[in-house]
Ligand binder design. Structure first.
Ligand SMILES: [Zn+2]
Length: 283
């Protein structure tokens, strides 16, 4: 089983996770820029983070044979903080970088006017930079939030097949399928979406434009739930080719639209990152 996790926050995970993921078949990941828990107090905190997503983290992933790309954005939650909003003006220079394969995560947290503005501006940036967009849907009031999300996407003029609407469930999948956007599902250990529920959704709606991710971060999450979903698909009668399509070829197709996806195996081991090396324990 080869796995491409299209949404995982490796910054919050350890090297043990990289080792376990590689052993389970994870060969590629996309790490979307997001909220870090502790509120940021200014744009410099974002740029250090963005630099880490396109510099340090791909280096760390390569030590375990995992290819790492990123998506860059002002996340919906911090779009509400006037101290953070100036980062919108700094995004264009990151959206030109080789390892950046989409604008994201953008979308809604609490559906405020500030979030409307940041969402619309960043969809426009995706069009301008010819990049796909990764859109987060709110965990509260998900149906209304997803409906509103799809209206804003439609009004933005971006092609729906260049948009992935993520964190979907049984209630929101249908409207996203009808919109022509890609449907993303985050599999969690305890809540929101499980491997068996995911298998049922794939049975009902098919495999086209479907993305499955672990969304693992610093909360209760598990970077191996993509592999577990693959095993649940096989147990339910899906073929190896079906699993490969959902867990590998679909994310390659979606992010491949950026023209920047480079899945050439990265050489592990010898090189160092600005003088430090994980294997030697340098920090
Ligand atoms: Zn996320």
């Amino acid at each position: 089983m080869r796995i491409f996790d299209p949404h995982i926050h490796m910054t919050s995970r350890t090297t043990d996770d990289y080792a376990r993921m590689a052993a389970a078949g994870v060969r590629a990941v996309v790490e979307p820029a997001f909220w870090l828990g502790q509120p940021r107090t200014g744009p410099g905190s974002f740029t250090d983070y963005f630099d880490s997503l396109i510099g340090w983290e791909p280096y760390r992933a390569a030590q375990f044979g995992v290819v790492h790309h990123a998506t860059i954005a002002l996340n919906p939650k911090e779009a509400n903080d006037p101290r953070c909003r100036p980062v919108l003006d700094l995004l264009p220079r990151y959206l030109d970088k080789d390892r950046v394969v989409a604008v994201g995560e953008i979308g809604y947290d609490s559906m405020t006017p500030e979030e409307d503005d940041a969402f619309e501006r960043q969809l426009a940036l995706a069009v301008e930079h010819d990049l796909p967009a990764l859109v987060h849907t709110p965990h509260r009031d998900k149906a209304a939030g997803t409906r509103r999300t799809l209206e804003v996407v439609a009004a933005s003029g971006i092609a729906p097949d260049r948009v992935a609407v993520d964190h979907l469930n049984e209630v929101t999948v249908e409207m996203v399928r009808e919109s022509g956007c890609w449907a993303g599902f985050s599999i969690y250990p305890e809540t929101k979406m499980s491997p068996p529920r995911m298998v049922e959704i794939l049975r009902r709606y098919g495999l086209d434009r479907m993305l499955v991710n672990s969304a693992a971060d610093w909360g209760v999450s598990d970077p191996l739930l993509t592999a577990e979903t693959g095993r649940a698909m096989l147990a339910a009668g899906f073929t190896e080719d079906d699993v490969d399509r959902v867990l590998w070829r679909n994310p390659v197709e979606f992010y491949g639209q950026s023209g920047r996806l480079d899945l050439t195996e990265t050489a592990a081991g010898e090189e160092t990152f600005e003088g430090s090396s994980i294997k030697r324990g340098g920090s």
